[in-house]
Design a binder for this molecule. Structure first.
Ligand code: AMP
Length: 430
């Protein structure tokens, strides 16, 4: 299938060409015709699948007809970074359309937003809190709204935004098209979908299938030695851009500072930073001025950085879905990537839950000198032999090499011998 089959307005089609898109991703192929028909959509897809263009292109097409300068499309997203990313995608895809899009979120002055809203815009990309402030102050007019997109709805739920979303809905025209995107479907999102969508078409792309281009490994380690292990991994592994995840904002900040102290170009991305510093960290990571970004789940959710070679889970995530999200930051657009997860004995049950979702066991590696006290002798002292019989998720192409990026593979010791299960389906849009 080609984009030309959608018969987009030529100005919108020009944006597709400028973006270099040729073939629609599965979510685009499925969702675009439905959105063009004016129907509501429940989209089950995560970032990296091309879902932004799946809603942005039909919206741009629709807005080409009708009066300019009224807010006719509203996209609500959980984080400021995601709002900026969506706005950037819309501005780029809509570069020939003359349609105007702005972002509206907290943590920055409200005045410039008010001024821009006054001038008249067609598309608003907003985070819930600041949007409600504008509604309260009557600085935004949503009476002409035709399309509402709720993006990353499960994340909005996790962040406690659902009451804000419900409040927002009371201020919107009931005659509208609504598109709801979520990576997972907890029951709260299912009931939200029931409330807001009318006769929706459900469009789903592999919900929790990881990119096949990502190789996974677990690094058992004692909690107290995680920082040293990270330094050692960075030293022994040939990395490009590295995204490191921690459980808390505080840990992200501290680890970022430690990395800088030992000479790495690193930054942290966490909710306690001002918006300017968050954006600077992200921009610096995107343009390569920072090689390492240490982030929390919330700060990094939905962020599209295409050059990440390694994701390191300094702390194991709280849910298997979060693991899929984190590792989705690497191996994008058919590039290969590595996902390293540090694990302590306390992480056993989450390890199993993640392996269950992946459909197979993950290769375990011990870096010399880092064997945790609880698992001191599961294998002999061979340092670079994989004791496993089957192929693990970690081994692309079926080999037993610990990592193609390993500078010094003798430092990595594999000791898992659990049988491998069949491969899971590949993710889309990668
Ligand atoms: P998203 O899931 O919307 O964050 O998109 C993930 C990445 O895929 C972004 O960098 C998009 O620019 C890119 N992308 C989206 N659609 C296509 C397509 N049809 N062909 C190539 N790349 C795409």
């Amino acid at each position: 299938m080609k984009f030309t089959e959608f018969n987009f307005n030529p100005k919108v089609a020009a944006g597709v060409v400028a973006a270099g898109y040729d073939t629609p991703t599965p979510i685009q192929a499925k969702a675009i015709p439905t959105v063009l028909d004016g129907r509501d959509v429940m989209g089950l897809a995560q970032t990296g699948t091309g879902k932004t263009a799946a809603f942005a292109l039909p919206i741009l097409h629709r807005l080409m007809k009708g009066r300019r300068g009224h807010t006719r499309a509203l996209i609500v997203a959980p984080t400021r970074e995601l709002a900026e990313q969506i706005h950037t995608a819309i501005s780029s895809l809509g570069q020939e359309t003359g349609l105007r899009s702005i972002t509206v979120y907290g943590g920055v002055s409200i005045r410039p937003q008010i001024a821009r809203l006054k001038q008249g815009v067609d598309i608003v990309v907003a985070c819930p809190g600041r949007l409600l402030d504008h509604i309260k102050q009557k600085t935004i007019d949503l009476s002409h709204l035709e399309v509402l997109v709720l993006d990353e709805a499960d994340q909005m739920f996790d962040m406690g935004f659902l009451p804000d979303i419900r409040r927002l809905l009371t201020h919107l025209p009931s005659q509208r098209q609504t598109l709801l995107f979520s990576a997972t479907m907890p029951k709260e999102i299912r009931s939200l979908a029931k409330e807001v969508l009318r006769d929706p078409e459900t469009v789903q792309v592999d919900l929790v299938a990881p990119a096949v281009t990502v190789s996974h490994a677990l690094y058992p380690v004692d909690e107290a030695r995680k920082t040293d292990l990270l330094f050692a991994l960075l030293k022994h592994t040939d990395t490009g851009s590295v995204l490191v995840f921690t459980r808390t904002k505080h840990r992200a900040k501290r680890l970022g500072e430690k990395l800088v102290k030992v000479g790495y170009k690193a930054a942290s991305l966490q909710g306690n930073l001002s918006q300017n510093r968050r954006q600077a960290a992200l921009d610096g990571f995107r343009d390569g001025s920072f090689q390492i970004l240490v982030a929390t789940d919330i700060a990094a959710r939905g962020i599209d950085v295409s050059q990440v070679s390694h994701v390191v889970n300094f702390d194991i995530p709280n849910t298997p879905e979060a693991y899929i999200h984190r590792i989705g930051r690497t191996g994008r657009a058919a590039r290969s990537g590595d996902a390293f997860t540090m694990v302590t004995p306390a992480d056993r049950s989450m390890e199993r839950a993640i392996e269950k979702v992946l459909g197979r066991s993950i290769e375990r590696r011990v870096l010399d000198g880092f064997a945790p006290s609880a698992v001191s002798s599961p294998v002999s002292e061979q340092t670079h032999r994989n004791s496993r019989g089957g192929q693990s998720v970690g081994n692309r192409g079926g080999g037993n090499t610990p990592s193609r990026r390993s500078k010094n593979s003798s430092n990595h010791r594999n000791y898992s011998a659990r049988p491998a299960k069949p491969a899971v389906a590949s993710s889309v849009g990668q």
